[in-house]
Design a protein around this ligand. Sequence first.
Ligand code: SF4
Ligand code: SF4
Ligand code: SF4
Length: 256
Amino acid sequence: MKPRVAVFDFTCCEGCELQILNCGEELSDLLSALDIVEFREAMSESADYYDIAFIDGACSRRSEISALRDIRKRAKMVIPIGACACLGGVNCLKNYYPMDEVLRSEYGKNAEYFDTISARPISAVIPVEFYIPGCPIVKKEFIRVVREILSGQIPYQFNDPVCAECKTAGNVCVFDKGITCLGPLTRGGCEATCVTGGATCWGCRGLVDKPNINAEKLILEQAGLSEDDVIKKFDLFNACQESMWRLEKSKYKLTK
Ligand code: SF4
Ligand code: SF4
Ligand code: SF4
């Protein structure tokens, strides 16, 4: 019997699910080896149990907590996909404000009809087996992880910083142009796509396992830049992450 795969979405733009649907021929090849039994963005069927449940999006409503627990009971393996699901992502920026204020600003006089809680990554609600990071996920990484799981391997997780791929790509470091970059702290695997495309790294793949905070501080100091600028940048995707460096600077705590 083929492994049963489901894809679910919570609070997000659903862009990571679109990445799966855009995998083209490689997705067609995968479909011969697995059975997609639930995927709201692509089909109307649903199922009762799954070998792998991919989750797109963060948890930011009470109703999503129970839905996630339900998925956990039905799934052998749960894998968050994308920055929203893995890190909380941009959704966590709302956590800086009281939730009643967030509701009022979004829904005005209808606020009482809506449910919102501090946004959080999926792993803050249920145990997960692996992560596929990025905003959005990298298609070839998704395909590789699925293939590795199907062949019984523990999928490889990148743990070199983005700088390694950035240097391989031959980019001029943006610090030399007086611009901050989170590449030295951020998990690689995206081929430094933002820097290669003329921008800078905003940390969408989350921190490497043991970020060298002192090295980043030194680079900033040498470039005459401030730590505060980097922390603001870090918050775009990682406001829910408890980096020691960040907590030194912020009073923010995830409220239940
Ligand atoms: S990680 Fe980015 S692309 Fe994926 S769902 Fe969240 S906002 Fe959208
Ligand atoms: S700091 Fe940014 S621009 Fe510089 S090498 Fe690292 S990823 Fe590239
Ligand atoms: S360069 Fe940074 S922000 Fe861009 S995709 Fe890679 S990890 Fe994400």
